[in-house]
Ligand binder design. Structure first.
Ligand code: GUN
Length: 305
């Protein structure tokens, strides 16, 4: 972030670090208990199909992590690793098969997809009851109405950490930096549902720093390394850093967030680290959603939309 504004927000005691890794471990253990009960009742585990098209290195790491954590949570994972030149029609055929596969309760298509595939078309083809990412237009609509059954994993993980940290969020001023469909927009819906006063700021916002400095809760998901620093943080704010950026520091490749951790920690009351904050919670929430989808699909009263 480049700014000419002076740093006039008084330094606070050092922020407490929100341990997303430990929180995620507890959540996954709870999912494992539910998954075991599901398997005992239904004779098979909850099943998650993981679809990756192409060989984007970051996506490969995410998909591998998701499958490993599924296994640890008692969830069967079914990998579909497709060549980058896979046609849209072939991908839609696979989605159709997975929609009709009784061993598959959750379908995750890792984004982004190669440019020749229409992402919206693929997401819309997923059975909404198996849409563990919560990206299908039906699930997006339900979230907007405060009636979601499957909530996008990253904002859900952020919300769980915020509630754990703060308790009741009612009346808090929340500012979200970034307006993506995956994080910014669903995060706004969730915080609104919690009775926060919500602002989304983005690349075209005038005086982004002043907006951010109003925030009791600052969620940063802009995809730019260390974009937000102390100057944009209200003393005592709780800061959630969704970014994961690989940068060179003193000739060494390191992961950093969208928040300049070292400067922000003197101003914020609490903040998530990168790595070890939001990332593990996203994966744990995917497991939570997969179990929830399996239970809903297999229960007698399952709404299949
Ligand atoms: N790419 C980046 N984040 C996500 C996510 O939460 N789900 C999927 N499917 N792809 C992603």
């Amino acid at each position: 972030m480049t700014t000419t504004q002076p740093l006039d927000n008084a330094p606070n005691a050092e922020a407490s670090i929100i341990d997303g890794k430990a929180f995620a471990e507890i959540l996954r253990k709870n999912v494992a208990v539910g998954a075991r009960a599901f398997r005992e009742k239904r004779g098979r585990a909850p099943g998650l199909a993981v679809v990756l098209v192409g060989s984007d290195p970051a996506s490969q790491v995410y998909v591998k992590t998701k499958m490993k954590k599924a296994l640890e949570s008692g969830i069967d994972s079914f990998p579909h690793l497709l060549e980058s030149d896979t046609s849209e029609a072939d991908l839609l055929n696979l989605i159709d098969k997975l929609n009709n596969d009784r061993y598959v309760h959750g379908i995750l298509v890792q984004l982004p997809l190669p440019a020749h595939i229409d992402e919206s078309k693929v997401i819309a083809a997923i059975n909404p009851a198996k849409d563990v990412d919560g990206f299908h237009p039906i699930n997006v609509g339900l979230l907007g109405q405060g009636k979601a059954k499957l909530i996008p994993c990253t904002p859900l993980g952020c919300l769980m950490m915020l509630k754990d940290q703060i308790g009741d969020l009612s009346g808090k001023k929340a500012v979200i930096v970034g307006r993506s469909n995956i994080v910014g927009k669903p995060m706004a819906s969730l915080l609104l549902q919690e009775n926060c006063t919500v602002t989304i700021v983005h690349s075209r916002t005038r005086d982004l720093i002043t907006e951010c400095r109003q925030a009791d809760i600052l969620v940063v998901a802009i995809g730019r390394a260390e974009f937000i620093d102390a100057r944009a943080i209200k003393p005592g704010a709780v800061v959630i850093d969704v970014g994961i950026n690989r940068v060179e520091k003193s000739g060494v490749s390191v992961l950093v967030g969208d928040v300049d951790f070292d400067s922000a920690k003197d101003i914020a009351a609490a903040m998530t680290p990168v790595p070890g904050g939001v990332g593990p919670m996203t994966v744990a929430c995917l497991m939570k959603n997969t179990l929830a989808a399996a239970e809903a699909i297999e229960s007698n009263t399952a709404a299949r939309y």
